[in-house]
Write a new protein. Sequence first.
Length: 199
Amino acid sequence: MHMIPLENLENFMRLLHKVQNVKRVARVPDETEYRNTAEHTFEVALLCWYIASANELDLDSGKILKYALAHDVIEGYAGDTCAYDADGQETKLKREQDALQQIENEFSDFPELIATIHAYEKREDAESRFVYALDKFIDPLNCSMETIGALCKEQGISYSAVRKYKDEKIAKSPHVLPYWEELLKKVEKRKDTLFAPEL
C-alpha cells in the first residue's frame, strides 16, 4: 500500500487551518460574530446535499459534495473578498489565481482536489452550477432569517445591490432559482428592516 508522508498531512492541515481563519462578512442569524470560510463551506455542502437529495435531483451527489468542499479552499491563501468590496474585487482574480497555483505546487499529490477546483471554476456541468448558485444564495438566506440585527443594513448594502450581484449568478442553476425567487418575495416585505437605503 502506498502512503503519503505524515508531513504531507501536516501541510494540508495547515492549509485547512488557514481556511478556518478566513473571516467572512457573514454570520449566523442574530449573532454578532462573523463566520469563517470553513463554517460557510460546511453550510454550503450540507444544504446542497439536502436540496439535491430531498428534491431527488438528477445530479451526481459525489460531484456536488466535492465541489462544495473544494469551492473556497483557495481562500486559505487568497482570503475572502466581500462581493460589495470594490477595491478587493479589483485584485480578487489575481489573488485567487496565485492561490490556486500555490495549491497546485504544494499538493501535487492531490490532483483530484486541483481538478475539482478547476472544474468548479469552469462551471461546465450542472453540479458545479448548482453549487455555485447555492453558494451565492446562502448568505441572503441567512440574512433573511435575522430578527434582531440586519447585517446588510449594518454594512450599508442595499436591496438593489444584492439583486445586482446575485440575480444572474443564482440563475445559473434552475434548481436554486425557484428558492431565490421565493426568498425575494419574503425579503421584499422587510426591505426597510434588512437593507440599507437605496442611494
